[in-house]
Structures are given as C-alpha cells and as structure tokens.
Design a protein around this ligand. Structure first.
Ligand code: CO8
Length: 257
C-alpha cells in the first residue's frame, strides 16, 4: 500500500505523505511513493498542487532516522541522491506547489517544504534542520534552498545550531508565506491553490519557469528568459480571449490552459 496519497480535487491536486505512525518520516519507500505521486501530477497536470502530511502532528519529521542509522557512506550517498532527485522533480513540476505545513517539518521535512513554491504553516508548525545534532549535514537540499530562501547568515545559524523555529518566527524570516490556525490550514491551502487555478494556466506555468530559471542566471540572461516566457504567452487562446475581453469591456471567458 502506498505511503503517499493523491487526490484530484477539480482543478487542483493534493498529495499527502501518509505515514503518521512514524510522523511521516521519509524512508526509501516513502520517497519512491512520493516520486509516483509527482509523476501522476505531471501526467494529470492539475493547475496547482497542495502537499501536506497526514495526522495532526507532523508535516514530515525528517528522513527516516531508523533507516539511516546503520547506513554506509555508499548507502548514504544513494539515499541522498534519491531524495534530491525526487525533491527536484517536485520543484520542477510545471505548476505551483504549496506546502501546507501542519506540524513538525524537521530535517528532510523542512527540506521538502523548501522544495515547494509556497509554504502555508499552521500555528503549530515547527521547523528545524537538526542534522548536525545527529552527526550529519542536511542531505535533501537544506544547505542550498534554505540559504537561497532566507539568506546565508540566517540559514547558517539554523543549520549550525539545529534550533527550532516556530510558525511566527518562520513567518518573520520569510521561511513561510502565511500562518493560519491549525483548523483552517487545509481550507486555506486549497483556497490559495484554487485562486492560482483561476488564473491563466499557461501564464502561471511560464511565470514559475521565468522565476526559477532566472534565479539561476545573471540578470541579463534572466531578463531574456522572462522575455521568452512573456512572448510564449501571446497568440494563446487564453491571452487573446482575456485581452480581447478587456479591450471590448466584456466579461472574460474562463481560462482553458
Ligand atoms: N525517522 C524515523 N522515525 C521517526 C522520525 C524520523 N525522523 N521522527 C519520528 N519518528 C517516529 C518515532 O520513532 C516514533 O516511533 P515509535 O512510536 O515506533 O517509537 C514515532 O515516530 C512518534 O515519534 P515520537 O514518539 O518521538 O514523538 P514525540 O512527540 O515524542 O516527538 C519529535 C516528536 C520531536 C518530532 C521526535 O519524533 C523527533 O525528534 N523526531 C526526529 C526528528 C529529526 O531528527 N528529524 C531529522 C532527521 S535527519 C534528516 O531528516 C536528514 C535529511 C537528509 C538525509 C540525507 C541522508 C543522506
């Protein structure tokens, strides 16, 4: 049975890590199931995806420590490479992915949230990169994505100390976009996904691509990427229909994608 659920909810999809008995810890099996769910999202192309954890306590409490405890260097390299491949596939989904962080997001769990485009946290969410306390470094992108998101100095403090960050601090340092009451998290995350799904899907995808590809380049190259993405939206049905409706002061048609 899969440890990762996939629900098609109209124009959006929800992926849920479902291993609550181990606080949704990422074992090899969970990573492979997550990979399957990402492939399904690629095939079915929802307009936005929400990623969350099952049970009230944890988003994901990390990579599976029991599985890692006896790993050789070779085994650890393979495990790290698997996690990075799967998280990169998640990050490179063409549609926006929202992490709904419903509790502990520790180690690999924090890294999983970092691989999403946006993060909404419940008031009970707790973030940390506790790896140095276990004698290892982060292995699923934490040293890179955390530093890119909140800046190297803040990231290094969290990475060097393993200190826990509550939801309000996570908001203050830009680790999450928004904090909501625990009971509202699911609805708020789906509402945000629906709001994105109401926009022109090709334009949303092109915007995600422009931000993500551009961030890896110098500004001139990045602006050329933006121009290419901008131009790619023209002559699409949604662009001609939406702009035509504006010019002719008509109600716009729903976007087709
Ligand atoms: N791995 C495996 N099992 C876990 C994990 C985990 N990360 N987290 C929790 N569990 C299990 C517990 O063992 C326990 O199982 P059981 O009931 O069979 O004993 C069950 O989940 C419930 O957990 P607790 O009883 O501990 O619940 P508490 O409420 O007492 O504590 C905590 C909750 C604080 C979240 C605690 O469970 C904890 O500290 N968990 C570990 C957190 C952690 O250190 N995470 C980081 C792991 S390192 C990592 O993620 C590195 C990623 C990159 C790896 C790359 C490798 C190459």
């Amino acid at each position: 049975m899969s440890t990762v659920g996939y629900e098609a909810l109209g124009q959006v999809a929800r992926i849920t890590v479902e291993r609550p008995e181990a606080l949704n810890a990422l074992s090899t099996a969970v990573l492979l199931d997550l990979d399957e769910a990402i492939s399904r999202a690629t095939r079915e192309a929802p307009r936005a995806v929400v990623l969350t954890g099952a049970g009230g306590k944890a988003f994901v409490a990390g990579a599976d420590v029991a599985e890692m405890a006896g790993m050789s260097r070779l085994g650890a390299a393979a495990f790290g490479a698997l996690g990075n491949r799967v998280f990169r596939a998640l990050e490179q989904l063409p549609m926006p992915v929202i992490a709904a962080v419903n509790g502990f997001a520790l180690g690999g769990g924090c890294e999983l949230a970092l691989a999403c485009d946006l993060r909404i946290a419940s008031e009970t969410a707790v973030f940390a990169q506790p790896e140095v306390g276990l004698g290892i470094t982060p292995g699923f992108g934490g040293t890179q994505r955390l530093a890119r998101l909140i800046g190297p100095a803040r990231a290094k403090e969290l990475l060097f100390t393993a200190r826990r960050v509550d939801a309000s601090e996570a908001l203050a340092i830009g680790l999450v976009n928004r904090v909501v009451a625990a009971e509202d998290l699911s609805d708020e995350a789906l509402a945000l996904a629906d709001r994105i799904a109401d926009q022109a899907p090709l334009a949303v995808r092109a915007t995600k691509a422009a931000v993500d590809l551009g961030l890896q380049k110098d500004l001139d190259t990045a602006l050329a990427i933006e121009t290419a993405q901008f131009a790619s939206c023209f002559e699409t049905e949604d662009q001609t229909s939406a702009m035509g409706a504006f010019v002719e002061r008509r109600k716009p048609e729903p976007f087709k994608g």
